[in-house]
Design a binder for this molecule. Structure first.
Ligand SMILES: [Zn+2]
Length: 433
């Protein structure tokens, strides 16, 4: 069983490196644990995921606004949010081999590596700490944010007043967050530096249960739209001991990874916990005034918190397929880093000139790729592995009758289309306009 898990993930890690999706960070220096770099195709895929999320949140909802808050914030924010006191993992050390473990990961009371005696558990804060300015003392401590959500809460009044929204309304943000995880792992699934896509939806208390249900449905539909296999996605409801300190009710959207069912996104009812705490710690009157009803209240918050890197990993795992003759990434055309590849069948008879012209025209609107080296079969295989859904090949018929071969990645079917229909057909098939 474990061998199978390793082999699927290992193959994916190796494909990611080979095709330029993801590289180990600082590789020439031996790498740094759990840090990864997105290569030419990886950054395209990541941008596509973020763009689809942003569109589905900010553009499709009249009452959701975007925000990009800073990573370093006033340290009292983390006192108010509960992170300084409560964002901890219990940690034990082996007295013999000096390795460190998360107490909750261990079964029994001895070191899993050497059998040595373990220390008592101590609480270890997961926030990265640094100093602002040149003096490294207590008064200058700041934290790398462990979640983007707090940047949204502390801007609640700014966004409310400048955008003239009425409750219910939401604020969406994409950005990096940092957690000093004791046990990162599973490739880019759990890393210490990661990108979140979070939306906080402010609602009238009493309507929160209803909004939680709506957002659960909305978010699950988004993963379906990415083309992920529906049977691999499910909800997991948090029971009492799993609930975070701020949550009244919480669900995870989970995906069945080769290493087990794991969380992709959290949908939480955070109540008025965060805004109330910021009201208390800042002394500012953080409230909403409902003009029509003539009442004041602190809104409840329904949060949808997705991991961008996790979504990307899910898309790759879900798309990975092996056939007898090829490895293919069956990414949705919406997500595919390269939408279309253009090839001349051979490097003569005027074919490259026509192909370059087609490529130059396509690349103004979509990510296209031109390749004239190697056999046509090998060029197709390389694009299958890269997840490119369509390829256009110029051949001798093109010169005779102005048609071109369109090959589809998934079926490997080839049809002939006329040169003047390329734009329309590719746009229709990609469906991104
Ligand atoms: Zn040990």
């Amino acid at each position: 069983m474990n061998k199978k898990i390793n082999s699927t993930m290992d193959k994916l890690v190796s494909l990611c490196k080979r095709r330029g999706y993801i590289f180990q960070s600082s590789e020439i220096y031996g790498g740094i644990n759990s840090c990864w770099d997105y290569g030419p195709l990886g950054v395209e895929l990541k941008n596509n995921i973020k763009e689809l999320w942003w569109k589905s949140m900010v553009y499709e909802h009249d009452n959701i606004e975007g925000l990009d808050s800073s990573i370093l914030m006033h340290p009292i924010i983390w006192k108010a949010s509960g992170h300084i006191d409560g964002f901890t993992d219990p940690l034990v050390d082996c007295k013999k081999c000096k390795n460190r473990f998360k107490a909750t990961d261990l079964e029994g009371n001895v070191c899993p590596l050497c059998g040595g005696e373990l220390t008592e558990a101590r609480q270890f804060n997961l926030m990265f700490k640094t100093f602002m300015g040149p003096v490294e003392d207590e008064a200058n401590i700041v934290y790398l944010r462990p979640e983007t959500a707090q940047g949204i809460y502390v801007n609640f009044l700014n966004v409310l007043n400048s955008s003239r929204n009425k409750i219910p309304f939401g604020i969406a943000q994409i950005g990096k967050a940092f957690r000093n995880e004791i046990t990162p792992g599973n490739f880019i699934f759990r890393t210490r530096e990661f990108e979140q896509m979070e939306m906080q939806y402010f609602v009238k208390p009493g309507t929160d249960d209803e909004w939680l249900e709506k957002w659960k449905e909305n978010r699950m539909n988004w993963y379906h739209k990415l083309g992920l296999k529906k049977e691999k996605l499910s909800f997991h409801m948090h029971d009492k001991d799993e609930l975070a300190h701020y949550a009244k009710e919480a669900y995870d959207i989970q995906y069945e990874f080769p290493f087990g069912r794991q969380e992709l996104e959290g949908i939480h009812n955070r109540t008025d916990f965060d805004l109330s705490r910021h009201k208390k710690y800042s002394g500012k009157n953080i409230q909403y005034y409902d003009v029509a009803a003539k009442e004041k209240y602190i809104p409840y918050v329904i949060e949808t918190s997705a991991g961008c890197d996790r979504t990307l990993l899910t898309c790759l795992v879900d798309a990975y397929d092996e056939e007898e003759e090829r490895v293919v990434l069956r990414l949705s055309p919406l997500l595919a880093p390269i939408k279309v590849a253009v090839f001349p069948l051979v490097k003569r008879d005027g074919m490259p000139e026509i192909a370059v012209k087609i490529y130059n025209n396509l690349k103004m609107n979509i990510k296209a790729f031109y390749d004239d080296s190697g056999s046509i079969g090998r060029r197709y295989r390389r694009q299958d592995e890269a997840g490119t859904p369509f390829a256009l090949t110029v051949d001798s018929e093109t010169i005779e009758n102005n048609t071109i071969t369109l090959r589809e990645r998934d079926s490997m079917n080839q049809i002939r289309i006329s040169l003047d229909k390329i734009d329309r057909i590719i746009k229709e098939k990609i469906n991104i306009y």
